[in-house]
Ligand binder design. Structure first.
Ligand SMILES: *[C@@H]1O[C@H](CO)[C@@H](O)[C@H](O)[C@H]1NC(C)=O
Ligand SMILES: *[C@@H]1O[C@H](CO)[C@@H](O)[C@H](O)[C@H]1NC(C)=O
Ligand SMILES: *[C@@H]1O[C@H](CO)[C@@H](O)[C@H](O)[C@H]1NC(C)=O
Ligand SMILES: *[C@@H]1O[C@H](CO)[C@@H](O)[C@H](O)[C@H]1NC(C)=O
Ligand SMILES: *[C@@H]1O[C@H](CO)[C@@H](O)[C@H](O)[C@H]1NC(C)=O
Ligand SMILES: *[C@@H]1O[C@H](CO)[C@@H](O)[C@H](O)[C@H]1NC(C)=O
Ligand SMILES: *[C@@H]1O[C@H](CO)[C@@H](O)[C@H](O)[C@H]1NC(C)=O
Ligand SMILES: *[C@@H]1O[C@H](CO)[C@@H](O)[C@H](O)[C@H]1NC(C)=O
Length: 812
């Protein structure tokens, strides 16, 4: 609602302007007749025809002058009958009220955006000028390609025959029996067989939901490699482009919708409805791939101080690094967590996996530090946890070197990495203590934690239950504990980093996205909300059907095709299906493949999500990788601060990994399907998409309607009075009476009736009067008299003032 008094010109609404115009009109409405009357009074001579007097009188008496000059007809005081006087006061009051109403009423008018009824939209592609747009290869120059590793004599071979493909791969054993070579008699066909395409794009039809083949690497190139048959193959390329970590909103970039709030990317080649001046609202179902992470606090912290001198050995400022027991040792639940029941697609059980990882991490660390003992070793028969040499707050000095980056966040697949077990011999390490390690805990014991948590290893077969789960130890961004400024590493300051065990899975799901386009603004497309698509109560029948290639190959290097399939393919051989709202992607972190390690073919959907998660756990979050954008908070204090806040609580720490994954994945892939269909190259929308154009609605602030309401009420009263007068005043009101009264009071007629009583009466018809009396000349000065007659009056000396005694010339 508009403010009562607009403070600035900038705040003027159309209503205000209309009010101002009305005010000007009101002023002119009073001023013009006044000026004209002023001129009229000047034009009027003492001697005029009777008609002229009548006409001039009407003009003069109607103007504001009688009121201003307080002449007779202004009517206050005097002997005017009260009822008549009151009735006559109504005229100026009414005029005033009308003027006020005319000015005030439009001030209440306003305009607000409103949605118009939905209609089918025509969409057009919009380009992205950001780094993502520039970093996207031109489409259509490379077709999807696929290379599959093979297996021979239980060993991984660089090449094998891909599912549905006819490529012939021959393994020739080396003569000395050691190893084998690969021969390709007819070359290697990297194209995707039609059968695979048909099956795994069958579930989306012409909808806006992307299928597997609509996911492409953002950057594509080609490569010739001798061990792939010397053929030129299209390969994806990865280049980190930008970061969305600090945006904390839904973003629209070339080919993707980025959920920088919860993590996740949706595939869409962006289009907006064309030809709508104010834009529109609409909804689409979009395929999303999103990470999901659970973290469990180990209840251990790594505490350190900042030393004023750089440590000569370890080349860092970290001093007095200790592992502090915050309950992780002394208050540990010594019951071994139950075996992980892995139920594949049903539920990734991330919380359980993370808890087990944290528990194992703590247990192994305790045994290493001789805080407690392992079962049976070295003294036979001794139960595990038979002693507990720690209390809450107990500190264990830890070794460190500059490469450990204790002043930033770190994510690693290596549990117990703070012990530096594999690295303890390296020279630049300082601090720490020679722990006796009575139970010979080694790096490989810790290494097993990731594998237990993931539940899969490379040798496992590709099937729908072997879902990808990445696991690692998250060392949160340190928080200052001595009360100083939270972002300054001052010498002498004290810091503490929490340690969380985290497990992440990846899933594909369909979400309903609400868009707003804005053809007037610089940002023409905005995502208003992203909500999981709702299915009928009978989820079994309504949810999408997800399929997976199932050829009994191993997870090693083989990334299977997955996607929405139509029910007729559900019984196909070597296609496993599951009907669920979401599909957990298949894979193992065990293969260690990252985006930065080089991509070998051009089939993004098969591996991008898993590779991106590996990239987060192994390079970007760990050593920083060759990632030009700071995702650990090493350079950007804004990122550091965001991580500091999210690190404190295990419940929020998972968001760190989800957001890092989103950043990596957004740089890696695009969705090519838009409203215009596959490749976004059609001209007709994929199915009819209804858009609600944004229009405007007129609003009215009721407060400004008060004068108009009063006016209406008054009008009602007057009409009622007129009605009462007509029917109940004994016929005294009526058009006849009205005509008579007007004629009786027209000045020319009054003059002629008194000056020429034989020819004029006050009641004769107007037409007749105009003909017979209108042209008569009447002089009006001190008194009215016939033209040419001498004034016949005598000054009334006794009474003084401007009164005269009229001498009747007829009596003289
Ligand atoms: C750490 O403490 C929290 C809260 O008491 C608990 O939920 C969690 O399981 C503990 N972590 C471990 C590894 O025991
Ligand atoms: C300890 O862990 C076991 C297994 O995870 C669980 O059943 C038990 O309830 C836990 N005890 C406490 C006190 O939390
Ligand atoms: C640990 O032991 C090694 C060899 O026994 C020794 O060189 C090193 O100084 C010791 N470190 C500490 C911190 O005591
Ligand atoms: C380990 O701790 C136990 C209990 O405190 C103690 O008896 C034992 O000697 C310690 N072992 C070593 C190698 O320090
Ligand atoms: C630990 O390993 C060392 C050498 O690898 C070996 O001599 C020692 O016996 C082992 N101790 C235990 C308790 O297994
Ligand atoms: C639309 O454009 C206007 C003017 O540039 C801007 O103020 C508004 O925030 C934009 N809205 C959206 C949804 O982009
Ligand atoms: C399906 O995969 C199996 C291996 O699990 C393979 O032996 C079989 O030939 C495949 N079926 C078809 C129809 O290709
Ligand atoms: C999106 O569609 C447009 C128009 O068909 C095309 O030029 C562009 O390359 C597509 N972008 C992506 C990422 O597929």
């Amino acid at each position: 609602m508009s403010s009562v008094v607009p403070r600035l010109v900038g705040e003027l609404t159309v209503g205000h302007v209309a009010g101002i115009i009305a005010a000007c009109v009101v002023i002119i409405r009073f001023l013009c007749p006044a000026v004209i009357t002023y001129v009229l009074a000047g034009l009027l001579r003492d001697t005029e025809t009777a008609s002229t007097w009548t006409v001039a009188s009407a003009g003069l008496q109607k103007s504001v002058w009688p009121t201003i000059l307080r002449t007779d007809s202004a009517g206050s005081g005097g002997a005017a009958r009260t009822l008549i006087r009151v009735t006559c006061t109504a005229f100026p009051l009414m005029a005033l009220l009308c003027a006020i109403t005319g000015v005030v009423t439009p001030l209440g008018l306003g305009e607000e955006p409103a949605t118009l009824p939905a209609r089918a939209g025509t969409f057009e592609y919009i380009t992205d000028d950001s780094a993502y747009g520039l970093g996207t290869s031109i489409r259509g120059r490379h077709s999807p390609s696929r290379l599959c590793p093979g297996e021979h004599l239980n060993r991984l071979a660089p090449l094998g025959t891909c599912p549905y493909s006819n490529t012939e791969v021959v393994y020739v054993d080396a003569p000395d029996g050691d190893g084998f070579s690969v021969e390709l008699p007819k070359g290697y066909d990297t194209s995707i067989p039609d059968e695979a395409r048909d099956i795994f794009s069958s579930g989306t039809g012409r909808s806006t939901v992307s299928n597997f083949f609509d996911i492409e690497w953002r950057q594509v190139s080609s490569e010739v490699s001798p061990n792939r048959g010397d053929e030129e193959v299209s390969v994806g390329m990865f280049r980190p482009l930008e970061s969305s970590i600090l945006d904390n909103k839904y973003k629209v970039i070339e080919g993707l919708i980025v959920d920088a709030i919860n993590g996740g990317i949706g595939f869409r080649n962006h289009t907006v409805p064309a030809g709508l001046s104010r834009g529109a609202y609409w909804e689409e179902d979009i395929l999303f791939v999103e990470p999901s992470t659970a973290c469990v606090n180990t209840n251990l912290t790594l505490d350190f101080g900042i030393s004023p001198v750089r440590n000569a050995e370890s080349n860092d400022h970290i001093a007095d690094l200790v592992l502090t027991d915050r309950g992780g040792f002394s208050q540990m639940n010594t019951t071994l967590p139950p075996l992980l029941v892995l139920n594949g697609q049903a539920e990734p059980e991330l919380q359980q996996r993370a808890y087990k990882s944290a528990w194992l991490n703590n247990a192994l660390t305790m045994v290493y530090l001789n805080v407690t003992n392992e079962k049976d070793k070295p003294r036979q028969g001794m139960k595990s946890f038979s002693y507990m040499d720690s209390v809450v707050g107990k500190e264990f000095p830890m070794p460190h070197s500059s490469t450990d980056d204790y002043d930033v966040l770190r994510l690693s697949t290596v549990f117990g990495n703070y012990l530096r077990l594999g690295l303890s011999s390296s020279g630049s390490v300082s601090g720490g203590r020679n722990y006796s390690n009575p139970f010979n805990i080694s790096e490989s014991d810790f290494d097993a934690i990731s594998t237990i948590c993931a539940g899969t290893v490379s040798a496992n077969p590709v099937n729908i239950t072997n879902i990808y789960v990445g696991c690692g130890l998250l060392r949160g961004a340190p928080r200052r504990t001595d009360g100083g400024p939270l972002l300054q590493f001052e010498s002498g300051s004290k810091w503490s980093s929490p340690l969380h065990a985290c497990a992440s899975s990846l899933r594909a799901t369909i979400k309903t996205v609400r868009f707003q386009s804005n053809s007037t603004g610089l940002v023409p497309l905005q995502v208003l909300s992203i909500t999981p698509k709702t299915y009928a109560a009978d989820e079994e029948a309504d949810a999408p059907l997800w399929g997976l290639e199932d050829w009994g190959l191993r997870l090693n290097n083989f990334s299977p095709i997955w996607g929405l399939v139509s029910p007729e393919y559900a019984t196909r051989k070597n296609v496993t299906t599951v009907r669920k709202p979401d599909f957990h992607l298949i894979g193992t972190p065990d293969n260690g493949l990252t985006l930065e390690g080089g991509l070998q073919d051009n089939l993004a959907g098969a591996s991008f999500a898993q590779f991106a998660m590996n990239t987060v756990y192994r390079t970007v979050g760990d050593v920083g990788g060759n990632w030009p954008i700071d995702l650990r908070g090493a350079a950007s204090l804004s990122v550091f601060q965001r991580w500091q806040n999210l690190s404190q609580d295990a419940a929020t720490a998972g968001a760190i990994i989800n957001l890092m994954w989103t950043d990596v994945a957004a740089s890696a892939v695009v969705g090519t399907r838009g409203v215009l269909g596959e490749g976004n190259s059609g001209t007709k929308p994929a199915g009819e998409i209804l858009v609600q154009p944004i229009g405007s609605r007129i609003t009215f602030d009721a407060r400004y309607g008060v004068p108009a309401a009063i006016l209406l009420a008054w009008l009602g009263v007057i009409m009622l009075a007129a009605l009462l007068c007509t029917c109940c005043c004994g016929g005294r009101a009526g058009f006849q009476t009205l005509r008579r009264r007007i004629e009786q009071l027209s000045v020319g007629r009054v003059f002629t009736t008194f000056l020429f009583p034989q020819e004029s009466t006050l009641t004769m018809p107007a037409k007749q009067w105009r003909v017979s009396n209108g042209p008569k000349i009447v002089t009006v000065d001190v008194v009215a008299r016939r033209a040419g007659e001498e004034p016949m009056y005598a000054r009334n000396e006794q009474e003084g003032g401007d009164t005269y005694g009229l001498i009747d010339w007829r009596k003289r």
